[in-house]
Design a protein. Structure first.
Length: 434
């Protein structure tokens, strides 16, 4: 997590001051519940809230931790400095450190999810707008990087919209998956704390009680969460790769907005490079980097170990901050992407009708020619286009075996571009609704 690829709103979630504030709220709500149950005096629970507006001193907590070698104990010691040792003696009653740490992590991940969901909404809005703008802008579809058959730029954007829409639903599900808390005490048996405390704290923190938590919240939930972020990163790269290809000089069907005063190269003043798309490709790798460690965190010893802890201290902030930045960069890139319809048409016609070969093949089989012979006839003429730069339609019209099955008018009709776009509206209705 570096400032270059960070946005303040997401960074703030992971700041130590924010973390300690969440710790404090968990402890204070737990005291309220304990007081309701009659386990601790109501006055002591009320005293904890005296620190409600306190800005906890991160440096002081670090100073205490340097001696205690325990972050939660350091925080509790600092809290007692604010509210008084006697008033603080019932804080953390029956709880274990993981109750605070795990519940806090999930609060942070839920908050991060809400930002990421808003980011995805911006990406979706940009993709939808560009899809409708270029619904009928014809371009060549490619398979293996080679010209295949005509499609439209709108369908390209619609395809990415559908993928990101699936990702939004996945993230919403991952948010629900991660939105649990645990205040169940050592090894999760509630031996020293009533389950009502967990219910109350979770309600106040916007979480659900974890059904069974050992001494930690099960890490399969976190694995699911980070795997979802990894999938979103891959979809982001999928779009970036398409833009990078379209911006190649030999293609130039679209390019990133090049702002006034922008420079493309320190050596070559003519350069306009797809730097944002390339950056997104790199950021996607960083996002996916968290997936395997999150999966490996699932297997812990018995009721608890801390092999997951150091991992999560890194991937929690790093992955959410990086993805937040990247999704906003992606949205801006799509919003300002410069499209060149004339170049799309030029590229489509580069091989003089060759991309209509399947229509001719199917017409020949419909006319009674065997598929094997039809394929041979069409490929024979197609190769003249590849190898000699011939015009495909002209070659077909001059081939007596082809004209024996198809009239010139029938051959001519097979080169109508509209044939390939006749179901665009149907696809759009499937993607965007009526």
């Amino acid at each position: 997590m570096i400032p270059r690829y960070s946005r303040k709103e997401m960074v703030d979630i992971w700041e130590p001051a924010t973390k300690f504030k969440i710790w404090y709220e968990i402890e204070a709500h737990a005291c309220d519940a304990q007081a309701e149950l009659g386990v601790i005096p109501k006055a002591n629970a009320e005293a904890v809230w005296k620190a409600k507006d306190v800005a906890f001193d991160v440096a002081r907590i670090d100073e205490i931790e340097a001696v205690t070698k325990h972050d939660v104990i350091a925080f509790l010691t600092h809290l007692a400095e604010h509210i008084g040792a006697d008033e603080a003696r019932f804080v953390h009653q029956g709880m274990t450190s993981s109750d605070v740490l795990d519940t806090t992590l999930n609060v942070q991940l839920v908050r991060a999810s809400d930002i990421l969901l808003a980011d995805l909404d911006r990406v979706l809005a940009a993709l939808k707008k560009r899809a409708y703008e270029h619904k009928d802008t014809v371009r060549i579809g490619r398979s293996h990087g080679i010209h295949a058959e005509p499609t439209t730029m709108g369908l390209t954007f619609a395809r990415f919209y559908a993928e990101m829409d699936r990702n939004r639903r996945r993230l919403q599900a991952a948010r629900e998956e991660i939105a649990t808390g645990a205040i169940s005490g050592a090894v999760g048996t509630f031996a020293n704390i009533d389950p009502y405390v967990e219910e109350h704290v979770c309600k106040m923190m916007g979480l659900r009680p974890e059904p069974i938590s050992t001494q930690v919240i099960p890490r399969d939930r976190h694995a699911m969460f980070f795997a979802t972020l990894g999938v979103i990163g891959s979809s982001m790269e999928n779009i970036a790769i398409e833009i990078r290809h379209m911006q190649r000089t030999e293609v130039l069907e679209a390019e990133e907005f090049f702002s006034p005063g922008q420079k493309g190269s320190s050596a070559m003043p003519h350069k306009r490079n797809p730097v944002l798309s390339e950056n997104l490709t790199g950021l996607a790798r960083l996002v996916r980097m968290s997936v395997v460690p999150a999966l490996e965190n699932v297997a812990l010893w018995h009721e608890r170990d801390i092999s997951h802890s150091s991992v999560e201290r890194g991937i929690g902030p790093d992955t959410t901050v990086t993805l937040d930045f990247a999704l906003n960069r992606l949205a801006g890139l799509i919003e300002k992407l410069v499209i060149y319809p004339e170049n799309m048409l030029k590229n489509l016609n580069k091989f003089k009708g060759l991309v209509m070969s399947q229509r001719v093949l199917l017409a020949l089989t419909q006319a009674g020619v065997s598929r094997e012979d039809a394929y041979r006839l069409v490929q024979r003429n197609a190769m003249k286009v590849w190898e000699k730069g011939a015009d495909f339609k002209t070659e077909l019209l001059a081939d007596p075996e082809v004209t024996a099955a198809l009239s010139p008018a029938e051959i001519e009709e097979k080169f109508d571009l509209g044939y390939h776009t006749k179901h665009v509206d149907t696809i759009f209705r499937r993607v965007f609704g009526e």
